[in-house]
Design a protein around this ligand. Structure first.
Ligand SMILES: C[S@@+](CC[C@H](N)C(=O)[O-])C[C@H]1O[C@@H](n2cnc3c(N)ncnc32)[C@H](O)[C@@H]1O
Length: 193
């Protein structure tokens, strides 16, 4: 998660976060150093792993960020409707066991003009790599906290009701079964606050 190509991905999307921000599955808080703090007013996060949560708290302090973090999963968010200007998901969608439930919650708590910004690894476009992703899924799930290699990120986001306002994809350096990346932003055209 700290490898250079992944840091490069973080740098592409995190400075776009504005206003009241929610990070889902924040992990140890590796995105903090890429925030444009002059544009961010508040930072909320959810993280089900308490060891990572404590690391995120320490990282927030190091980066001078006042963090409101809760030790919970993204499938049920304890926030009011229409609360967030930006919701960030980096390398989390592969691990959430009920992703469609989490995206429904994200839709509920994001403002009508809010943005979901993401960088995720997922389904590779090449048939042979995709077949390897499916073969390796059971091992990856066991050794990497439930991580699924072949999530079709844009389809999952669109099927949840979001419209993709920006979508990029490519292999970043690394093993191909793990390195096909999707990043960009999505919003809700038809949501009323
Ligand atoms: C690969 S890590 C990515 C962490 C962080 N977002 C980053 O970019 O470094 C996946 C994260 O998803 C979290 N996670 C797993 N299941 C989750 C769920 N149901 N809801 C929210 N986060 C979850 C894990 O605890 C872990 O922190």
């Amino acid at each position: 998660m700290q490898a250079k190509p992944i840091s490069k991905q973080r740098k592409k999307i995190i400075p776009k976060a504005i206003g009241r921000v929610l990070e889902i599955g924040i992990g140890s808080g590796l995105n903090f150093k890429y925030y444009n703090q002059s544009k961010v007013s508040e930072v909320f996060a959810v993280e089900p792993d308490s060891i990572l949560l404590n690391k995120a708290k320490i990282n927030a302090q190091k980066n001078n960020i006042s963090l409101n973090i809760q030790n919970i999963s993204a499938e049920k968010l304890p926030f009011e409707d229409n609360m967030f200007d930006t919701i960030i998901s980096t390398y989390t969608m592969c691990s959430i066991s009920n992703l469609s439930m989490a995206l429904t919650e994200i839709k509920r708590v994001i403002k009508s003009n809010g943005k979901l910004i993401f960088s995720e690894h997922g389904k590779a476009p090449d048939g042979n790599i995709y077949r390897w992703q499916k073969r390796l899924n059971p091992i990856q799930k066991r050794i990497a906290g439930g991580c699924q290699l072949d999530v079709n990120i844009p389809i999952v986001i669109e099927n949840s009701g979001f419209e993709l306002s920006e979508l990029n994809s490519m292999y970043i350096p690394g093993p191909k079964f793990l390195s096909y990346h999707y990043w960009g932003s999505a919003s809700l055209e038809n949501k009323n606050d």
